[in-house]
Write a protein that binds this ligand. Structure first.
Ligand SMILES: [Zn+2]
Length: 204
């Protein structure tokens, strides 16, 4: 399945009629957060394929529209799409007192635990728990940063080790140096920082 993954940065060419040729063959869009609602709405209306998103840590303070219409919020959910088992977790490490989209490690561990029943049902039904994990923040020590807002979550590593998704897509870590790694294998999981965008043919 060919997917378009997005996060953190508006790509002008995607936000234009050129999108249809750039994203030819894309069957699913996954947004890893920190993108304006109207950008995602433009993409979903032009491509006319499902778009699953998680919110990033930004948003909620400017009165702007938070949630894109015609798209599906994947936060704290496990869904099945065309035979792919997908789960999502929004937000980043808590670093200030803004109410939304920030979580302590303990709070995130509770969100991860909330996915468990559905993942266990998946395992019984499909023989595997999860194919694609979609988050905004990275896992601990993988593509993450030294400053508190950019710390990765240990609970994501636990989730990956426990349920062995084929892919983990995240954003949050801006890539300014082309030599910075954006794809890291971890056990059976390929962890991908999708900063900006990527078009990937997923393989089971
Ligand atoms: Zn972020």
């Amino acid at each position: 399945m060919r997917v378009l993954t997005l996060s953190d940065k508006i790509i002008d060419s995607l936000h234009s009629p050129a999108l249809t040729s750039m994203a030819r063959g894309v069957e699913l869009v996954l947004s890893c957060g920190d993108l304006p609602a109207d950008y995602l709405e433009f993409i979903v209306s032009l491509l006319n394929v499902p778009l699953f998103f998680v919110m990033g840590n930004h948003g909620g303070d400017g009165g702007e529209k938070l949630y894109p219409e015609g798209c599906e919020n994947l936060d704290a959910r496990v869904v099945e799409h065309k035979g792919w088992l997908i789960a999502g977790l929004e937000g980043s490490m808590r670093y200030n007192s803004r109410p939304q989209f920030q979580y302590t490690e303990t709070e995130m561990r509770a969100k991860v635990a909330g996915l468990t029943p559905a993942l266990i049902v998946n395992h019984a039904r499909y023989g595997r728990s999860l194919d694609i994990l979609v988050t905004h923040a990275p896992p601990f020590k993988i593509h993450d940063g030294e400053d508190l807002p950019h710390h990765g979550f240990k609970s994501y590593l636990w989730l990956i080790d426990q349920y062995k998704p084929r892919y983990h897509f995240h954003g949050h870590t801006h890539v300014y140096d082309n030599r910075a790694p954006t794809t890291t294998p971890h056990g059976k999981t390929t962890i991908i920082n999708t900063y900006g965008y990527k078009i990937i043919d997923l393989e089971k």
